[in-house]
Write a protein of this length. Structure first.
Length: 85
């Protein structure tokens, strides 16, 4: 059996958001990986096999809600990491 195509829909979206909005102010790769993990833990799991299938069935309103959820999750992750010594 091959499960290589199974992945969390949010992972590439979170990674992309971090690259576009967080990495310029925090270039440390370890820090960014921690932010990604914490943000993904704030999002509901949504496992898929093909990104195109998910994108095809999303309405623009659903996509906007996903974008908001990702931004909120990353904001919470940054806040949590900022509070750690």
């Amino acid at each position: 059996m091959n499960f290589d195509s199974v992945h969390n829909f949010y992972e590439p979206l979170v990674f992309q958001y971090i690259v576009e909005h967080v990495a310029k102010n925090h270039p440390d790769a370890e820090y960014l990986a921690d932010v990604a993990c914490m943000a993904l833990n704030h999002l509901p799991p949504r496992y898929i096999r093909h990104d195109v299938d998910m994108a095809f069935f999303l309405t623009s309103q659903e996509r906007a809600e996903i974008d908001r959820m990702i931004a909120d999750a990353i904001s919470k992750a940054l806040e949590q990491i900022g509070k750690k010594p």
